[in-house]
Design a protein around this ligand. Structure first.
Ligand SMILES: Cc1cc2nc3c(=O)[nH]c(=O)nc-3n(C[C@H](O)[C@H](O)[C@H](O)COP(=O)(O)OP(=O)(O)OC[C@H]3O[C@@H](n4cnc5c(N)ncnc54)[C@H](O)[C@@H]3O)c2cc1C
Ligand code: FES
Length: 257
């Protein structure tokens, strides 16, 4: 994990409230599911914010940032050349499935960032994977062109039915699981989606990993602000022991957000 002062190399709108941001870093690799803590020095928002790493190549990393508050607004207003501080890669990423197990990736909303990174890495290794991707409406489905370019098999749903199946992505996933042998699930998205995937995993006895969301202050395991409860009732830090957990490791009734 490195802490570096760098500059934005590219910033591009992906929808009316989401941006692709690229910046040079001094790390050599990342595990899909790991994240960066990123901030603009001297900005009104004192603490850096966590973002899943979507891509990394030739020393340049990419995140997808959805604007929800002051920190993400400040990042979306930044320009090419704006100075940023980036700590990363942080946390524990997804553990790859056994070769024979098809990886079933599940993304909701901006959870597509880390899941895109995982999808690209799995396909580069010649692994079988299917991506289930849900959003509220078509304009919130991001990275579709990039997914097509890397040859990903993507099944979409939107809540308004404007693209793919109508409804929640967990419903489409569960319908299809009957026809997939030895699936292994990998999810990133809002808490409701992680919880639904954990429930599907329990009901069907299918292995599943989820990337958890928590409020993070330090991102390095010191402040305990990101703690959630494990299956035995002990606190675990999302930024250190996670953000990716096997769903069986966690207590689902007392989750963070
Ligand atoms: C491991 C991890 C990876 C993440 N990856 C991404 C990513 O790839 N792209 C992306 O756009 N966002 C990602 N997030 C969420 C992102 O960090 C928050 O949206 C951001 O910190 C909000 O900062 P803000 O100052 O704009 O909002 P604030 O002003 O702090 O809050 C505005 C609103 O957002 C909610 N919020 C704040 N923090 C979070 C959070 N951590 N999770 C959910 N809701 C929150 C608050 O409850 C409030 O309603 C990730 C979070 C974690 C923990
Ligand atoms: S964010 Fe500080 S311990 Fe996890």
């Amino acid at each position: 994990m490195n802490d570096c002062a760098t500059k934005i190399e590219l910033i591009e709108a992906l929808s009316n409230d989401a941006y692709r941001i690229r910046f040079a870093v001094d790390w050599k690799a990342f595990d899909p599911g790991q994240f960066v803590m990123m901030g603009i020095p001297g900005n009104v928002v004192f603490l850096r914010r966590p973002f899943g790493i979507a891509r990394f190549s030739n020393g340049v990393a990419e995140i997808c940032c959805k604007v929800v508050g002051r920190g993400t607004r400040a990042l979306s207003d930044a320009k090419v050349g704006t100075r940023i501080d980036v700590l990363g890669p942080c946390g524990r990423g997804f553990r790859f499935p056994q070769k024979e197990e098809p990886a079933i990736l599940v993304a909701g909303g901006y959870g597509i960032g880390p899941i895109f990174g995982l999808c690209e890495a799995l396909l580069a290794q010649g692994r079988r994977c299917i991506l289930y991707y849900g959003a509220r409406e078509t304009s919130h489905l991001l990275y579709l062109d990039e997914l097509a370019k890397i040859g990903a098999n993507v099944k979409c749903s939107t809540e308004d039915g404007s693209h793919g199946a109508r409804g929640m992505i967990a419903e489409l996933l569960e319908k299809d699981l009957d026809n997939i042998e030895k699936p292994s699930l990998f999810a990133c998205g809002p808490h409701g989606l992680s919880k639904a995937v954990a429930e599907i995993s329990r009901r069907r006895g299918v292995p599943a990993q989820v990337s958890m969301e928590s409020y993070m202050a330090c991102g390095i395991g010191v402040c305990l602000g990101c703690a959630c409860k494990d299956a035995d009732g002990n606190f675990v830090r999302t930024c250190r022991e996670g953000p990716v957990f096997d769903v069986r490791e966690l207590q689902w009734d007392s989750s963070p957000l």
